[in-house]
Design a protein around this ligand. Structure first.
Ligand SMILES: Nc1ncnc2c1ncn2[C@@H]1O[C@H](COP(=O)(O)OP(=O)(O)OP(=O)(O)O)[C@@H](O)[C@H]1O
Length: 628
């Protein structure tokens, strides 16, 4: 039987201009129970990210709020990814082991204390509990007029390289380093160590070929997104490049793509970075009028030379920064010092740029308004929203919307063209996949049990993906990996070619599966941007009806196994003209033309019925009927 949407008490509040719902507010004093039955008392809210809210918390019965709870609606991908990253790769013993090996007193690698789910105002939320850290260094950067002391920059570089080495050793990249994601330790005794937080974009780095992936293109925070990340390829060198852009900016210079006000158009930023890195020596000289800091120059030149699947030489990189500290006669120990002082060399002690964060935000919003002028109504709407957000809001660095259809952002550089071509090819499903038409909205809304061993084959890529996988039994149809984000729609035409979504006919209220290779961008300066709007514009009014069965797996990715299912001896593939009110052509008048059977696979492996066979990859799925 087809399964309808799991009824929800109330729809999640969708943040304006964002794909992910913002969490319900949790009242101070609320007790959350984690999966191991530990109880956590919620304290005051201490941070709001692009996707979730962070509260101070403590174990019930204790007084000190020395933990934090990060909470997001269950359907949100980033926290799901982050939780799994921590559970799998950041066990306290492993962190300690790494410290021991590398003889480090401390390591800026966070870990998870607990996790669970809770109904908040009738809405299911996921939460993780982590140690509480202190202030983020973005605060100091802004206080100092957009710069940090040079010695502190080198110390931060050393610490972040340690964290990178730890993460990369686990096979993952962080992909979103920025000042707002670097926190000092909590309390007076831990101000010498910075912690890299926010693993919502963590993913396996590639070890094989360099294959651009339109699904992930431009993910990250646009100022610092690496050239590989602009192409959707997670690499270790990418993390190093992201760090490099941050280091340059912390030195008090404006990155060219920031200066040129390109941030609203990811492809232009990408092109500017290509140009910058093509002759990084000259580019740096142009940026640092008083001389390029040697450590930064050596580091960036090294990053440019790395191949996409090469393991970086972390020691070599650290040596440049350690030597720079020695030259400055600054010890790499004690509290990190964020007070700007006159320095003996000229690298970053020129007068601070008198530009406040608010002013910069205003500029970014103005850029968006300019960029979006005279465009589609959607673009104009985005521009208006961006304008509204231009008002100063120091901590709430909300995403502005700068939707850019992939097609509109064609990279015309030779590398861009090749990449786009490759990406297009990579995104195409096998022609064997059959026509389908129902829209399925997937939601990671059930608890995921945290037995990482059971999930050995799971790839926690940054976003959940919808993948039409090899058909399960019977039909024998197969597809190459298809995707979409769980709340996105992806459509295949009759040949299995991705095509733009079409409006669903009102009569065919059944779920609809749309595939599209065209990502749309959301996000804004300073905020993490996730490329997962896969349905920019309806481009055809055709829909195809058929019966099929879906076996959906949910981890960081959603794997959808599509199987065509014959119904009552009738051909499973029926075509309607897709207009509103089109009657069903399915023989059974009581059922809709299109059926979506989703198997939420249980642990009962003894049941021969495929609908209840165990699949280690199927923790949870919700299908919601899509209606226009
Ligand atoms: N463990 C922690 N201790 C103290 N504060 C924290 C902690 N984790 C996060 N914060 C605060 O909350 C803010 C947002 O956290 P985080 O970046 O993890 O959220 P997010 O929703 O993933 O944000 P983003 O939009 O950057 O992806 C941080 O900048 C920081 O100020």
């Amino acid at each position: 039987m087809p399964r309808a949407a799991k009824p929800k008490a109330a729809p999640a509040k969708k943040a304006k201009g964002k794909l992910y719902a913002m969490p319900e507010k949790i009242k101070e004093g609320t007790i959350l129970t984690d999966l191991a039955k530990g109880q956590w008392r919620i304290g005051p809210s201490i941070g709001i990210g692009g996707f979730g809210e962070i509260y101070a918390a403590c174990r019930n019965g204790e007084k000190n709020y020395d933990a934090v709870v990060k909470c997001e609606p269950h359907g949100n991908g980033p926290l799901f990814v982050e939780m799994h990253f921590y559970l799998r790769n950041a066990k306290l013993e492993e962190i300690k082991q790494f410290q021991k090996q590398r003889k480090l007193k401390s390591l800026g690698m966070p870990y998870i204390l607990a996790n669970g789910s809770s109904d908040i105002n009738g809405q299911k939320h996921r939460f993780i509990v982590m140690p509480r850290y202190g202030s983020d260094i973005y605060k100091f950067y802004v206080q100092n007029g957009n710069r940090l002391p040079e010695a502190t920059i080198y110390r931060l570089a050393l610490q972040m390289l340690d964290v990178y080495q730890f993460i990369h050793n686990s096979g993952y990249v962080h992909a979103d380093l920025k000042a707002a994601n670097i926190l000092l330790g909590h309390g007076k005794n831990d101000n010498g160590q910075a912690y890299l937080v926010d693993f919502g974009l963590a993913s396996h780095f590639v070890t094989g070929d360099f294959k651009p992936d339109p699904r992930k293109m431009h993910n990250g925070t646009i100022e610092y997104t690496s050239r590989d990340a602009h192409l959707g390829v997670p690499t270790r060198r990418s993390d190093l490049e992201i760090l490099g852009y941050n280091l340059i900016e912390w030195m008090g210079v404006e990155l060219p793509w920031v200066k040129q006000k390109l941030l609203a158009v990811p492809v232009k930023v990408q092109q500017a970075k290509e140009t910058f890195m093509n002759d990084v020596n000259a580019s740096l000289k142009a940026l640092f009028a008083k001389g390029v800091p040697a450590a930064i120059g050596d580091y960036m030149k090294y990053v440019v030379k790395l191949t996409h699947n090469e393991q970086p030489d972390y020691d070599k990189c650290r040596e440049w920064f350690a030597n720079a500290l020695k030259q400055m006669k600054v010890a790499n120990s004690g509290d990190l010092d964020f007070a700007l002082k006159p320095q003996s060399n000229n690298n970053n002690n020129s007068p601070p740029v008198k530009k406040t964060a608010a002013k910069r935000k205003k500029e970014a919003a103005d850029e968006e308004l300019e960029e979006n002028a005279d465009q589609t109504p959607r673009g104009r709407q985005a521009a208006n929203k961006a304008g509204a957000r231009a008002k100063p809001s120091p901590k709430l660095k909300k995403n502005a919307v700068a939707d850019e259809d992939f097609e509109e952002n064609v990279d015309n550089t030779p590398r861009g063209k090749v990449a786009a071509k490759k990406a297009e090819t990579a995104a195409k499903p096998s022609p064997k996949i059959k026509k389908e038409a129902s829209v399925v909205s997937l939601d990671s809304s059930d608890d995921v049990i945290l037995d990482t061993d059971e999930e050995e084959d799971v790839d926690y890529t940054p976003r959940r993906k919808l993948a039409a996988n090899k058909a399960v039994g019977g039909a024998g149809d197969s597809s190459s990996l298809q995707r979409g984000s769980p709340k996105k729609r992806v459509k295949l035409d009759t040949n299995g070619t991705p095509k733009a979504p079409t409006p669903a006919p009102a009569a065919a209220s059944s779920a609809k599966l749309n595939f599209s290779p065209m990502p749309s961008m959301r996000g804004r300066a300073g905020k993490t941007l996730i490329n997962d709007d896969l349905t920019p514009q309806p481009r055809s009014n055709k829909t195809y009806e058929f019966n099929f069965e879906l076996d959906v797996s949910m981890d960081a990715n959603v794997i959808v196994n599509v199987k065509r299912k014959k119904k009552g001896g009738q051909s499973s593939s029926k075509v309607s003209n897709g207009t509103s009110g089109t009657p069903s052509r399915t023989p059974n008048k009581d059922s809709p033309a299109t059926r979506v059977n989703l198997r939420k696979v249980t642990s009962d492996i003894s049941t021969p019925n495929s609908a209840s066979r165990k699949s280690p990859r199927t923790p949870a799925v919700t299908v919601r009927k899509f209606r226009h």
